[in-house]
Design a protein around this ligand. Sequence first.
Ligand SMILES: [Zn+2]
Ligand SMILES: [Zn+2]
Length: 137
Amino acid sequence: MRRQRRSAQRDALVAIMERDRRLISAQELHTNLRSAGAEISLATVYRHLVSLSEKGEIHAVHSRDGDVLYRRCGDSIHHHLRCHGCGRTEEIAAQVEQGAMLLAAADAGYDDVELTVDLAGRCAACRSCEEQDLPGH
Ligand SMILES: [Zn+2]
Ligand SMILES: [Zn+2]
């Protein structure tokens, strides 16, 4: 019974991430789940996020402020490119580079290798907002 409820909560969590494919914090997910009527603790949200990211169903990215953000991504191998203004996130295809790095790791005798290279910047929308705010230039 308990397990069933747990997995229903996990499904609800994944559904939110499916709908909104940006990097999202555990706190924000918790707030979304609570406002959707789910009785779930922040600790449980964290547990689900950790186990989902261990299974590779979601990706974890460290933000500049040191927070861990999560995203439900596509299946392709990619880097994340995140705007630190608005939080929008792009997947940057990186098969070739990552494939070569993973091969190098395999050559070194490692398996279960995880490669994370993440990029952050300012998206065009945020940039044009800021430029409009600047007087003159
Ligand atoms: Zn990803
Ligand atoms: Zn932006």
